[in-house]
Design a protein around this ligand. Structure first.
Ligand code: OGA
Ligand code: MN
Length: 221
């Protein structure tokens, strides 16, 4: 006899097309109400796994670079602040898996603009790989004096993530404050997290196993 969770993930209760539709609606409602949203199972496992394979392949080929903090001339590697490695997505040579995800984000961007008038113009994102021991200290995603990054969008790519693997996202859920209520988000395959980039403080707790994701931003210019 399968348990309730198996029945849900086999989609006997909610057919997949209804679930996908609902997750966009839920996400938009949550952004409007509280400025952030977590959507487990946002992307079907097969699609997430293709992205995970692209990420692993990029690592194997040595295409990742140590991530920096700041921007433009002020960009510098500061391993005491963040110790992940990144590889920017290039839509012009996206793989089939990346195209599926980017198209889904485009639908989401248009839906956010229609419902919340956010004026989001494009998406810019990168794979991120946190080797064992890597972290990203508390920060906001908007660079000082800029307003391009409006919404942060993170998709996790860790198929067998378990408590003890570390690398959770710690999100302070009071806009503008690094105190008060917290969400601890597990970086499980297919979970999508969004939040207002300039308002929500967040941190990546130390990874105890390699941790993979795609992080990006809906931007306005
Ligand atoms: C970032 C970031 C969070 C995460 O790359 O700016 O905060 O959970 N990532 O990967
Ligand atoms: Mn961040």
């Amino acid at each position: 006899m399968p348990d309730a969770r198996c029945r849900r993930s086999n989609c006997l209760v909610h057919p997949p097309e209804i679930k996908l539709f609902n997750s966009v609606e839920d996400l938009i409602n949550a952004i409007e109400r509280q400025g952030w949203s977590t959507q487990p199972g946002y992307l079907p496992d097969a699609d997430s796994r293709r992205l995970q394979q692209d990420c692993e392949q990029g690592c194997d080929q040595g295409a990742f670079k140590r991530a920096g903090v700041g921007r433009g001339k002020g960009l510098e590697v500061r391993e005491e602040i963040r110790s992940d490695q990144i590889l920017w997505l290039r839509p012009e040579d996206a793989t089939a898996g990346q195209t599926v995800y980017l198209e889904k984000l485009e639908t989401l961007r248009l839906a956010l603009n229609r419902s919340l008038y956010l004026g989001l113009q494009d998406f810019d994102g990168h794979f991120a790989m946190y080797p064992k021991g890597a972290f990203y200290k508390p920060h906001l995603d908007r660079h000082t004096g800029t307003s391009e990054r409006v919404i942060t969008v993170i998709l996790y790519l860790n198929p067998d993530w378990q408590p003890g693997d570390g690398g959770e996202l710690k999100l302070w859920t009071t806009s503008g404050a690094k105190t008060g209520a917290l969400e601890i988000i597990e970086p499980r395959l297919g979970t999508l997290v969004c939040f207002l980039a300039g308002e929500f403080w967040h941190e990546v707790l130390p990874a105890h196993k390699t941790r993979m994701s795609i992080t990006g931003w809906f931007r306005s210019h």
